[in-house]
Ligand binder design. Structure first.
Ligand code: WAQ
Ligand code: MG
Length: 265
């Protein structure tokens, strides 16, 4: 008999404002340590100390797990935020996203994608041709959940990231989320940058490109961040959202870590 597996999720807020979230998978004996780590993260966040922390733990059916490999990790060193964003747009176009749709999504993210001008709690869904927003709730968006690395991939990834000075939860969590998203039925590409004021990096991910990091995709101190999932026109949206929110994904292999690239080339 396989050991049971649990999904553990955290979301934290202050005065009803979203601060942070996290999602992991673990066997029962690993849950208390993960819960403690999540509570610590929520209390020490760059965006302020949470006054409400919600933890959800749910057992998962082990027969429903999909196993995936991490993509190749690339880093594009641009000379400024504007150059980084220009490089990100050119990669999104290379992945098949309409140029106006990509530019519009980037513009919405930089102004705060929620109706009140704040960051959303989850991701926007953007039609990759028309640029139309498809998510039902523009405050929440779609939150990707039920994904993690298995213990051997965890160690392999650490060995890859540590020498590059990138062994932190931002990179780890973003890689796992991007891996799940790039295998989603109907997602062409993803654009992301953090909403944490002290973390300026972001990425473009697509199965044709890998995970392409940009160390400076927003100015230091900026709290507006977000995610855009560019959706293939005609995709089955309920099926896509169900996959993103509910399909259990365990990442059990790592990809390559490629040398830095420069932009402009
Ligand atoms: N599902 C969907 N959207 C999410 C999720 C999720 N589980 N978690 C966060 N978001 C959205 C939400 O709008 C946040 O405001 C935004 O993404 C940013 O979240 O290689 O740290 O957790 O150096 O702040 C990327 C670069 C870091 C890492 C991303 O995102 C690297 C990051 P954060
Ligand atoms: Mg954040």
């Amino acid at each position: 008999m396989e050991k049971p597996l649990y999904s553990i999720r955290m979301r934290s807020s202050r005065s009803e404002r979203h601060i942070s979230g996290a999602e992991r998978l673990a066997q029962p004996e690993g849950l208390d340590a993960l819960a403690a780590e999540m509570v610590r993260r929520a209390l020490q966040h760059d965006k302020g100390q949470a006054d409400k922390i919600v933890l959800t733990l749910e057992q998962i059916d082990p027969s429903e797990i999909v196993h995936l490999s991490l993509p190749d990790i690339r880093t594009v060193q641009a000379t400024s935020v504007d150059q980084g964003r220009a490089a990100a747009l050119s990669l999104l176009a290379a992945a098949g996203v309409n140029a106006d749709a990509a530019l519009n999504a980037m513009d919405i993210m930089s102004h705060g994608a929620a109706p009140d001008g704040d960051s959303m709690r989850g991701a926007m869904l953007i039609d990759a041709n028309s640029g139309r927003r498809l998510e039902n709730d523009r405050y929440r968006g779609v939150r990707v959940s039920r994904m993690d690395l298995d213990s051997s991939a965890e160690i392999l990834l650490k060995n890859v990231l540590e020498p590059a000075g990138l062994d932190n939860t931002h990179v780890r969590d973003a890689l796992v989320l991007a891996t799940k998203v790039m295998h989603a039925p109907g997602v062409m590409a993803e654009l992301c940058w953090s909403d944490d004021p002290g973390y300026t990096a972001g990425y473009v991910a697509a199965s044709s490109l890998g995970y392409v990091r940009f160390p400076m995709l927003k100015p230091l101190g900026e709290i507006r961040g977000g995610r855009s999932f560019f959706v293939t026109p005609g995709a089955d949206l309920p099926r896509l959202v169900r996959y993103l929110e509910r399909q259990t994904v365990l990442v059990d292999r790592v990809g390559r870590f490629l040398p830095d690239e420069r932009w402009p080339q």
